[in-house]
Design a protein around this ligand. Structure first.
Ligand code: FAD
Length: 415
């Protein structure tokens, strides 16, 4: 690269885009963020807010595949696949199935370890630099199961994660001790696993505060700008919006979440990014759980946020802009009803659907494209909140040096 970019555009104001903008500013770069709707309009709003590097692993895995196939046959399933899938979805699913082997999962796990180890530290850098909404210690982070046997699968997975070099401490809790630890669990929960050292945040508040921090450092966040193309040049790149207006910058970072393929596909990025839609809502809870609760058997995540309990789940392979399907909310409600006490599941607020940006190999796309001044940051699937800041930090380094650090090698967008 000739000279380091001084003026960089980021497309997409989710956590990944805003964190990238912030870390670029940290190095003295002038940033402009172009966002189709508004800050946190995508997946970064209604997610569970877990910062759980101890659980951040690739999605394609034999057990997930078996679970997904079984779940497809059940009407109350936490996984939904349209009967008439389009060619892009079939391509994604073929890749997902091919990657669902133990060997590939272990390889993916090893790729995650170096970034997972630094994930929480990157939040601390943001906090020290003025992002005022705090991250919270998950004390405890609890996974609940109906039987001790059900818990064994997660214990095996956590052991594999630890064996791969990830620092993760956990312990099983049996019978009544689960309720003693978390009174919001019903007596149907007969086993639990405590995972230590994890955190969580309030996604809408955190995104608002990160957006304010970017603006406070004279970054521009330009909302209601739909970017339809990026024209690469040798020492610059031009953002084209739907109105035809064009803006030239020294470099452009694409952080458009589940829409990543649309702009990055023309720049040599062949890995498709598929929307894995999830749903959430919040309910009153008394007692309010002291920390996040995970029900792996039901694939449901619960997080205490602003005095209510946010409940999130589902994996629906549909277009990002399709409307919210109330049947999915009902399926989540029925899945958690037997497992929680003191929640009013009928008094729901903030019903939401959003798209996880999923890749077929379960690894994100972070780094340069085939165009010298265009980069991508996205495709984190289930883990774009936990990994957003470290992604921004490493990508900012890549943009400035014109070369990706070794931690990003497995996430090469041109793989
Ligand atoms: C139910 C659910 C629960 C989840 N729980 C967790 C969790 O606990 N922990 C965790 O780490 N992750 C979680 N995730 C995943 C996480 O939400 C995502 O991985 C993450 O938010 C992705 O961030 P992003 O910035 O890449 O994308 P997004 O937040 O989707 O942001 C992309 C932005 O780009 C904009 N955009 C798109 N196209 C254009 C365009 N052409 N021009 C301009 N702007 C454009 C969009 O409007 C959007 O604002 C969850 C997801 C779901 C659905």
């Amino acid at each position: 690269m000739s000279s380091a970019p001084q003026d960089v555009a980021v497309v997409g104001a989710g956590l990944v885009g805003l964190a990238t903008a912030w870390f670029l500013q940290e190095a003295g770069v002038t940033v402009t963020v172009y966002e189709r709707r508004h800050v946190a309009a995508g997946a970064s709003w209604g997610n569970a807010g877990w910062l759980t590097p101890g659980l951040t692993v690739p999605l394609p895995e034999p057990a997930v595949l078996r679970y997904g196939l079984r779940a497809l046959l059940s009407p109350a399933s936490p996984v939904y696949l349209p009967l008439r899938a389009d060619p892009a979805l079939w391509r994604f699913l073929r890749g997902f199935v091919a990657h669902s082997t133990h060997r590939r999962w272990r390889r993916g796990l090893a790729a995650y370890v170096p970034v997972n180890q630094r994930a929480l530290e990157a939040f601390d850098v943001l906090a020290a630099g003025g992002v005022s909404v705090p991250t919270r210690a998950a004390t405890p982070f609890l996974a609940g199961f109906r039987t001790g046997r059900e818990a064994r699968g997660m214990l095996t997975e956590l052991t594999a994660i630890r064996d791969a070099g990830q620092d993760v401490r956990f312990r099983p809790v049996l019978n009544w001790r689960a309720q003693a630890l978390e009174p919001a669990l019903s007596d149907r929960v007969r086993a639990a696993i405590v995972v230590e050292g994890q955190r969580y945040l309030d996604p809408p508040e955190y995104l608002r505060s990160l957006g304010m921090a970017v603006r406070a450092r004279h970054g521009r966040i330009v909302e209601n700008v739909d970017v339809t193309a990026v024209r690469p040049g040798a020492t610059s790149a031009t953002v084209v919006r739907s109105t035809g207006q064009q803006y030239r910058h020294d470099a452009v970072v694409l952080a458009t979440g589940a829409e990543l393929t649309r702009l990055a596909g023309a720049l040599g990025v062949r890995q498709p990014v598929q929307a894995g839609r999830g749903y959430s809502f919040s309910v009153p809870a008394d007692p309010l759980p002291a920390g996040p609760l995970y029900f792996p058997g039901q694939r449901v995540a619960c997080t205490p946020l602003r005095g209510r309990l946010r409940i999130a789940g589902m994996m629906e392979f549909r277009r990002p802009d399709d409307p919210l399907d109330p049947r999915r909310i009902a399926a989540i409600v029925e899945a958690v009803r037997p497992l929680l006490t003191g929640v009013d599941l009928e008094d729901r607020a903030d019903e939401w659907v959003g798209s996880r940006p999923c890749t077929a190999d379960g690894l994100p796309l972070i780094g340069p494209t085939a165009a010298p001044r265009v980069f991508v940051a996205g495709g984190h699937g289930m883990w774009g909140i936990a990994l957003g800041p470290i992604t921004g930090q490493l990508l900012a380094e890549t943009v400035l040096k014109g070369e990706a650090p070794p931690e990003l090698a497995p996430f090469d967008p041109l793989r």
